[in-house]
Design a protein around this ligand. Sequence first.
Ligand SMILES: C[S@@+](CC[C@H](N)C(=O)[O-])C[C@H]1O[C@@H](n2cnc3c(N)ncnc32)[C@H](O)[C@@H]1O
Length: 203
Amino acid sequence: MFKAFYAAIYDRTTSGAERAGLSEDRHGLLAQAAGATIEIGAGTGANLAHFPPTVTRLCLVEPDPSMRKRLRRRASGRDDVEIVDAPAEALPFPDSSFDTAVVTFALCSVADLDRALAEIARILRPGGRLLFLEHVRDTDPQIARKQDHPGVLYSLMGCHPNRDTLTAISRASFDVTTVRHGEVPKAPRVERPMIVGAAARSA
Ligand SMILES: C[S@@+](CC[C@H](N)C(=O)[O-])C[C@H]1O[C@@H](n2cnc3c(N)ncnc32)[C@H](O)[C@@H]1O
């Protein structure tokens, strides 16, 4: 019930952030995508306009039916896009199927972060790249404590703003090659610390 409402208001609630620089961050990150590309937790399709022509296959994975409905609508008329209903923790693809994987504000939402990253590593070819843009745990312990108990709205959204996602990526089969620490524009304090970067699937 709440998930359907969340999907319905998602684009409206994020439009200020997108205009204030987030859209540009997405564009810069996705310019690095190439070859067979998979996006995990694609939501309403905020990244769709940013994938470059170097992408030869585009597969968008989204397990929430209300999000997927909007994603389908946004992708209508694009016969180069596959939309797949699956959780990050169990991706229905053979090993080494993709050259690039993309996650934006999705690793805060997956049920099992380590399992999701292990799956993403599995379906990427060795040397393949994970492009990430995520809000993460604050380095200020006072803010981090708030992120540990962000309130009922975050539980309803299924969002965990207290995750140290960069450490989790490094702990999985990835070598982080670039990372920029920034802030999600116009976001509530607990959702503000942001990482944008790339990691290579280790051989
Ligand atoms: C905050 S939204 C981000 C949507 C989009 N990636 C963006 O950048 O705007 C989080 C998305 O992750 C999806 N999600 C939640 N759990 C997931 C899981 N286990 N596997 C894959 N996606 C998941 C949600 O359905 C939702 O679409």
